[in-house]
Write a protein that binds this ligand. Sequence first.
Ligand code: NAI
Ligand code: MG
Length: 362
Amino acid sequence: MSNPSLLILPGDGIGQEVMAEVRRVIDWFGAKRDMQFDVSEDLVGGAAYDKHGVPLHDDTMAKAQEVDAVLLGAVGGPAYDDLDFSVKPERGLLRLRKEMDLFANLRPAQCFDALSDFSSLKKELVAGLDIMIVRELTSGVYFGEPRGIHMEDNMRVGINTQRYTEAEIERGARAAFEMAMKRDKKLCSMEKANVMESGILWRDVVTEVHADYPEVELSHMYADNGAMQLVRAPKQFDVIYTDNLFGDILSDCAAMLTGSLGMLPSASLGAPMENGRPKAMYEPVHGSAPDIMGQGKANPIACILSFAMALRYSFDEGADATRLEAAIEKVLADGVRTGDLLSDENSTAVSTSGMTDAILEA
Ligand code: NAI
Ligand code: MG
């Protein structure tokens, strides 16, 4: 059997710096755990624009469709801010998500004990926090028609449409129930069924899918209450399933409970391929961080944790994913910190590669 394949798209700014560290982690797994990947690397975002005049070349798109998993760094930066909308670096990312049909966005919010002081919430509210938000990623109000800005009675009107088919709600719900089965078997679905018909359908379909997962304890919550509960008592949740718009906001909110952007991974999954693996892209939540690029200051953990998610969700290597996460936990407990994880000016930070050194050692 051939080795599992990985396409690495470092992108721009610190995307390139943190992805170089992930390659060291991949090499470590090859050398120490005899886990071999066929790794190829290509351009996305501004880097692709510089070379090809588009933020994602068709050949790269075709490669992404064929590999077992895509790892992406980050895209964008001030050099590309004035580009036409159609060739902006973000368009490369959106094209990947859309053409690979990555409908389930997994955003974990996990609080490492050593960083529980770092949260904006009280330590006891976040210590041990471990939740997973499953956000529907390919439909809803960001895509629904009609949309646009037009004139009505001499006045500009802005329109977006929240539109969900039951098939779209259902496939995301299945991904969320599957996730709940692998975790604490507790799923909370969030919508606004009190004021939105699409929310009523959402609640109905999720309840129907629940019949196939009787072991999972299902609850429903209005998304505004969900926002309150996330900052009041986040540990009440295990898996949350919500739509594209609410998920965008709630996942950013949940993520910040845990401290720094430099710590947050994500996965976007689609339908299973012929080999049974889901179409998949893994990426840190953070952007290209132009303010710190080229200085060896970027925290590589978000990107390394994204690779851990790839091990778990694409390659069925959950034990090795846990091994990698445990190494990160240990290093943080030992007090190793990149600059973004320091609140006190007197402590010293390690560099991007210094953090990876410590993780590989652990
Ligand atoms: P950003 O996430 O790049 O940076 C926000 C702040 O967090 C900065 O102060 C940065 O130094 C810090 N930070 C981010 N990641 C870090 C890490 N790994 N280690 C240490 N510190 C870290 O967001 P910003 O500044 O709004 O956007 C910068 C560029 O990135 C823009 O061009 C934006 O469009 C793009 N962007 C790309 C994303 C992606 O590729 N998925 C997501 C968000 C922004
Ligand atoms: Mg967002």
